[in-house]
Design a protein around this ligand. Sequence first.
Ligand SMILES: Cc1cc2nc3c(=O)[nH]c(=O)nc-3n(C[C@H](O)[C@H](O)[C@H](O)COP(=O)(O)OP(=O)(O)OC[C@H]3O[C@@H](n4cnc5c(N)ncnc54)[C@H](O)[C@@H]3O)c2cc1C
Length: 406
Amino acid sequence: MKINIIFTFLVLAALGLTISGCFKWAARAPDKLPETTALDNSYDYKGKVIIVGAGASGLAAAKVLEQNNIDYKILEATDRYGGRLKKNTTLADFPIDIGAEWIHSAPIALNKMKGKAGVQIEEELIPYHLEDTYTWDGTTYKKTAQSENDFMYNFLPESKFKNSTWYDFVNENIAATVKHKIQFNSPVSEIDYSGNKLLLKTKNGEIHSADKVLVTVSIGVLKSNHIKFIPDLSEKRKEAINSITFYPGFKLAMKFTEKFYPDAINCKVKSGEKGFYDIAFKKEAQSNILGLLVAGNSTEEYYKLNSADLIVKSAIAELDRIYNGKASETYTGEYILENWGQHQFTMGTWTQAFLHKKSELKTLNQSLDKKVYFAGEINDTYQQMGVPGAVLSGYHSIDKLLTNTK
Ligand SMILES: Cc1cc2nc3c(=O)[nH]c(=O)nc-3n(C[C@H](O)[C@H](O)[C@H](O)COP(=O)(O)OP(=O)(O)OC[C@H]3O[C@@H](n4cnc5c(N)ncnc54)[C@H](O)[C@@H]3O)c2cc1C
């Protein structure tokens, strides 16, 4: 995650904050996490609930329904669960997250997501404190001062799972007890909430009825109008949906016979981000896997190539320019590429809710007539973002649904 270091120093100085005090101030801080979640409550709801989408937020909401023996099912558009969580076990000698990868929140967020008390976590994490990083603007390749790496780590101390992935975490702690309730290959195309019973149509012509619905699809899917709401969404809500930045992007992992690259290379881009990074960082792995994460305007130049092989070729050529042909020399020809920006049921990468107007976020969080509720990364009210934000929003929104709150 890139932040203009000098600007940040100035802002912090103006606010009179010390670096050690910064993380408390920053978004994703532990003190923004809820004391308890819906996992700690019991509910006596007699109606039928349908959850649209089996990503992290939909699965989390389902866990609460399962725990309380409430009648529910999950309609998932694709043939798998996890949404923007996905892992690959074939490219390297360690599992690779090809969707969400970093734990941006404080580790205690993992306990909150599991419904476990206390601050001691069970997972083994790698502190993402980089030591060898560079910047690249297309012509100049420059080492980053260690003080900048230290500052970034102190300001936003991120981590990664040591032998595991985000997908595994959600699979084991959240999906395990609810996956039998998922109906796959069922893209919802219409939600009619005009009557007492809600009617949901899927693209394959099925009609499902429910008393309440929780929609957990990405903001990209809502923007693309894949789902028709009857009555239509208000203009205010449409404006709020369209105001949210949801960058296109992809993640590429390439395998090499040698590690010729540093921990990370931050590439200069006009908007969004682009960076090469060592996916095996501190993993105790033998495989040399270099990632390329691109989100924002620079995605366009790759999308123009219109082929995964050509995207890889272009990435290797760029690395060759920096490392005098070393990338071509050591590339094994193996890669994985996940194009989230053009995936019909994702249509983008991630959102950063705290960058948007509170009024717009509030509009997105409101139910439609206390019948249709919304959860997912953008509905995170605890400023955690990413997977923790998505899971906690699942707990938050299902609580609202079960307690008939607007
Ligand atoms: C490349 C990339 C890197 C990321 N890196 C990080 C990271 O390092 N750390 C982090 O915390 N977060 C990261 N994120 C963000 C994180 O993945 C998301 O915040 C989180 O997974 C969102 O979960 P969700 O349940 O809100 O949405 P989703 O995961 O998008 O789940 C929505 C589900 O709804 C389904 N769906 C869509 N349309 C329909 C329909 N019409 N009918 C039925 N089902 C439908 C989808 O198939 C999907 O399963 C990253 C995301 C990407 C793409």
